[in-house]
Design a protein around this ligand. Structure first.
Ligand SMILES: Cc1cc2nc3c(=O)[nH]c(=O)nc-3n(C[C@H](O)[C@H](O)[C@H](O)COP(=O)(O)OP(=O)(O)OC[C@H]3O[C@@H](n4cnc5c(N)ncnc54)[C@H](O)[C@@H]3O)c2cc1C
Length: 288
């Protein structure tokens, strides 16, 4: 089944979850129990990230296949072009297809941590648009998603060029878009206006993640182009020594953020779960 059909059928908002491939056996066991716990919330699909620099390639694909076979949940494999030639990319995409995975999110990717600026492989691609074009040219029958940035991609000199590039990515064949995480719905609304003016009609699904620990605040702030509203930061900082109250306040914020997004008529919400079930479950249970 193709994920784009879920959005075009317009049967109501599609809730989806994102996981990452664990590094240890213990992490894998935990992920399976998280998926089991979240399955009862009937996600439209789940996705599994592709480690920086393609480091988790086989694990990503295996976990996606296992989720479909053992949990009967539709899965989408993340896929990046970092460090891979066109031939290698084609081989991996055919492997994904052979595992019965019909959905990919095609990304440029970030270089492995600490290696700085993105450098294209000499026989590879410079951006996700080229990757999407390649998938379409090779007639691989995937439903293709792309990433997008309500606060602009950090490599773009200005918003208008970023939006113009996003339009190229959609015209190349990206059928729906999932945003970078954000905390300010106003920024998402302004971004939607910009995409509308650029005649981008693909569904734009907000990517949402609750802040579950104080240390995440600094991490998100250093994550390029994801601002945290001052009031939220102040409210959370007040209770940084009290984890239970911290979580209460943070989840309250995210629940309200999601309610407002649903009232705006979003096509769905994609939750960045960090392989934990509790926060996502608590949020979604209040929305359903
Ligand atoms: C939903 C989501 C999931 C993600 N999952 C992963 C993951 O699993 N693994 C991982 O490593 N990273 C992941 N990332 C991070 C992502 O790889 C980085 O943010 C990366 O820097 C950009 O990827 P992209 O595909 O959005 O880039 P692109 O769409 O290629 O954009 C990157 C830059 O190139 C420009 N650009 C795009 N098209 C063109 C064009 N035709 N001509 C000129 N310039 C162009 C853009 O304006 C932008 O400045 C994810 C991001 C999102 C939003």
């Amino acid at each position: 089944m193709k994920i784009i059909d879920l959005y075009t059928k317009k049967t109501g908002p599609i809730f989806s979850f994102e996981f990452f491939p664990p590094k240890t056996q213990e992490g894998e066991t935990k992920l399976k129990s998280t998926i089991g716990e979240l399955k009862s919330l009937n996600p439209g699909f789940v996705s599994v990230t592709y480690g920086a620099g393609g480091s988790t390639k086989d694990k990503t694909i295996d976990i996606c296949a296992e989720i479909q076979t053992n949990f009967s949940i539709l899965s989408m494999s993340h896929f990046t072009c970092v460090g891979a030639s066109r031939d290698e990319i084609l081989t991996t995409l055919k492997h994904i297809q052979s595992k019965g995975i019909e959905n990919v999110i095609a990304l440029r990717g970030d270089p492995p941590a600490g290696t700085g600026k993105f450098t294209p492989h000499p026989k590879g691609f410079s951006n996700a648009t080229e990757l999407v074009e390649f998938i379409r040219q090779n007639q691989l029958p995937f439903s293709i998603a792309g990433g997008c940035y309500p606060e602009k991609h950090p490599d773009s000199p200005d918003f208008s060029s970023d939006i113009a590039n996003l339009k190229k990515k959609v015209d190349a064949g990206a059928q729906f878009l999932i945003t970078q995480l954000f905390f300010d719905n106003q920024k998402y609304a302004e971004f939607l206006n910009k995409t509308k003016s650029a005649q981008i009609s693909a569904p734009i699904v907000p990517g949402i993640m609750p802040i579950t620990s104080f240390s995440q605040i600094e991490r998100f702030k250093s994550l390029a182009n994801c601002s945290i509203p001052v009031e939220l930061e102040e409210k959370l900082t007040e209770v940084k020594e009290n984890q239970a109250e911290f979580l209460n306040r943070s989840l309250d914020f995210t629940i309200n953020q999601c309610k407002e997004l649903l009232a705006m008529g979003v096509p769905g919400i994609h939750f960045y779960t960090l392989n934990q079930s509790r926060a996502t479950r608590e949020i979604l249970e209040t929305l359903l």
